[in-house]
Design a protein around this ligand. Structure first.
Ligand SMILES: *Cc1c(COP(=O)(O)O)cnc(C)c1O
Length: 428
C-alpha cells in the first residue's frame, strides 16, 4: 500500500481527528445519532453553552421581571453592546464598532438608509448579480424610496462563469455615478471570498462608500474590517455563529462614521444615559449602538452569549485553519472517489478565495440531496444545481467527511437518487 492510497482510508480520517486541536469542541454541541450535519453554513447547531445562556436569560425574566433590564445573569439593557464587544474580534473591529441588533436584511436597510446619500451625479448603488436575493430586494426598495428606478440605478456586476465575481470587474464598475457599494464577503453559492481589502481601497480612492454582507463569512474566516477601512457591514448570527434560528443579527460601523445620524432612528439607538430621559430630541450613541432601532430581542440574543465564548476559546485563526483543511479533505475525497459521476466542484480552489463550504454542482443535485438526507446526511440544495456541503471546524470530524463521501459514492453507483423527483422542497 502506498501512502497516497492510505490518504483515502477511514483510518487516515481518524488520524486527522486525533491530531485536530479543536476536536474537543465537538462535545459542546448537540449532534444527533446517525446523522452527519453538513449544513452549518445555513443554520449552525445548538451548543450546550448557547442553551445555558438562553436558559439563564429565561431565569432572569422568571426571577427579576422588569428588573432583568439591569439585574440578573445577563442584564438585558447592555446585552446588544456586550455581544457586539464579543463579536468584534471575529470581524476585526473595535468593541464599540459592533452591535447585535435586527436581522441581516433589516440591518442592510438601516445602513443603506444611513450611508446612501445620493448627490449630484452620484446616485447609483453597485452590487453583483450573484448576491443573495434579500439584499437585492432591499437595495431596490431603498432606491425606489429615493425616487430612483432600480432598473437603471442598481448596477449588478456580472459573473464571467456564473460562479464567481472578478474583483477587476467590480473595480471597473466603480464609476463616478456610484454613491455606494454593497457586496458579499463570501458568495453564498460558490463560497468565493471577495478581496475586501482591495475593494475597499479602490472604492475609497474613487470617493465611494463600501459595505459588506458577512453572512457566510463571520465565524468561518477572520476579517479586518477596521484595518481595511470598510465603512459598514452586517451579517446574521445563525449560520457559522450558531446563535439559533432567527438569532439577532450583527452590524458594524467604522468609527470614522460615528455621529452620522441613523437613517432609521429609534430610542434604542440613544446614548444609554439619555435613553430614559424620554426627550423628543434624539441623542444617538457615539458607537455602532446608534444604529439599533427598538427593544432588543433578548431571547434571540441570549444563545449568542454562550456561543461566542466557544469562538473566543477556539480562536478564529484555528477555526479557519481547520476549516480550510477539512474542506480540502472533502474536495480531495470527492475527486478521488467520484471522478466520473458528473460532479463539478464549483467553489474557488485557492485558500485565499474559498470560504467555509464546498459548492458541489450536479445536474441531479436536488434529488441527490434528498437521497443524502435519507441516508442521514444533511446538506443543502441551492437551485438549480448546487449541493452545499459545510464541514464546520467546531463540530465536524474528518471521519464524518469520509463517511459523507462513502454514502455519496453509494448513492451514485446504485443510482439511489433516481427514486426522487429532481425538484426542490419549499425550504431548500
Ligand atoms: C442568510 C443570508 C441572508 C438572510 O437574511 P435575513 O435577514 O437574516 O433573513 C442575507 N444575506 C445573505 C448573504 C445570507 O447568506
Amino acid at each position: 500500500m502506498t501512502t497516497e492510497f492510505l490518504r483515502y482510508t477511514l483510518d487516515y480520517a481518524k488520524q486527522l481527528d486525533k491530531e485536530d486541536i479543536l476536536r474537543d469542541f465537538r462535545n459542546e454541541f448537540y449532534l444527533q445519532p446517525n446523522t452527519i450535519y453538513m449544513d452549518g453554513n445555513s443554520l449552525g447547531l445548538l451548543s450546550k453553552r448557547a442553551e445555558k445562556t438562553l436558559l439563564e436569560s429565561l431565569e432572569d425574566w422568571k426571577i427579576h421581571g422588569i428588573d432583568g433590564w439591569m439585574q440578573g445573569n445577563h442584564p438585558w439593557f447592555f446585552m446588544a453592546e456586550t455581544l457586539g464587544e464579543k463579536l468584534a474580534p471575529l470581524v476585526g473591529a473595535a468593541p464599540e464598532e459592533v452591535v447585535v441588533t435586527g436581522s441581516t436584511t433589516v440591518n442592510l436597510h438601516q445602513l443603506v438608509s444611513t450611508f446612501y446619500q445620493p448627490k449630484g451625479k452620484r446616485t447609483k448603488i453597485l452590487a453583483d448579480e450573484l448576491t443573495f436575493p434579500s439584499d437585492i430586494y432591499a437595495l431596490q426598495s431603498q432606491l425606489r424610496n429615493h425616487g430612483f428606478d432600480p432598473e437603471d440605478h442598481l448596477i449588478r456586476v456580472k459573473s464571467r462563469d456564473g460562479r464567481c465575481i472578478e474583483e477587476d470587474d467590480i473595480i471597473a464598475a466603480m464609476t463616478d455615478d456610484i454613491a455606494l457599494i454593497v457586496l458579499p464577503t463570501v458568495l453564498y453559492r460558490s463560497g468565493q471570498i471577495l478581496d475586501m481589502k482591495r475593494l475597499t481601497r479602490e472604492a475609497h480612492q474613487r470617493g465611494i462608500l463600501i459595505g459588506f454582507d458577512g453572512c457566510h463569512s463571520v465565524g468561518a474566516i477572520p476579517h479586518a474590517f477596521s484595518e481595511w477601512g470598510v465603512d459598514f457591514a452586517y451579517w446574521c448570527n445563525y449560520k457559522h455563529l450558531n446563535g439559533g434560528p432567527g438569532s439577532v443579527g450583527g452590524l458594524y460601523v467604522n468609527c470614522k462614521h460615528f455621529g452620522t445620524m441613523p437613517g432609521l432612528a429609534g430610542w434604542f439607538g440613544s446614548t444609554k444615559e439619555k435613553q430614559f430621559d424620554m426627550e423628543h430630541t434624539f441623542t444617538p450613541a457615539q458607537s455602532a449602538g446608534a444604529y439599533q432601532i427598538g427593544t432588543p430581542h433578548v431571547l434571540s440574543c441570549a444563545p449568542l452569549l454562550g456561543s461566542l465564548e466557544i469562538f473566543a476559546e477556539a480562536g478564529i485563526e484555528n477555526i479557519r485553519e481547520k476549516s480550510l483543511k477539512i474542506n480540502q479533505y472533502l474536495m480531495d475525497l470527492i475527486e478521488h472517489e467520484l471522478p466520473d459521476m458528473g460532479f463539478v466542484i464549483g467553489n474557488p480552489r485557492e485558500d485565499i478565495r474559498r470560504g467555509g463550504h464546498i459548492s458541489l454542482e450536479h445536474e441531479e443535485a436536488a434529488r441527490i440531496c434528498k437521497s443524502l438526507k435519507e441516508h442521514g446526511i444533511i446538506p443543502d440544495f441551492r437551485a438549480p444545481n448546487i449541493i452545499r456541503l459545510a464541514p464546520v471546524a467546531l463540530y465536524s470530524s474528518y471521519a464524518e467527511v469520509w463517511q459523507v463521501v462513502q454514502v455519496l459514492t453509494t448513492i451514485m453507483t446504485e443510482k439511489h437518487y433516481k427514486k426522487y423527483p429532481n425538484t426542490r422542497e419549499v425550504v431548500a
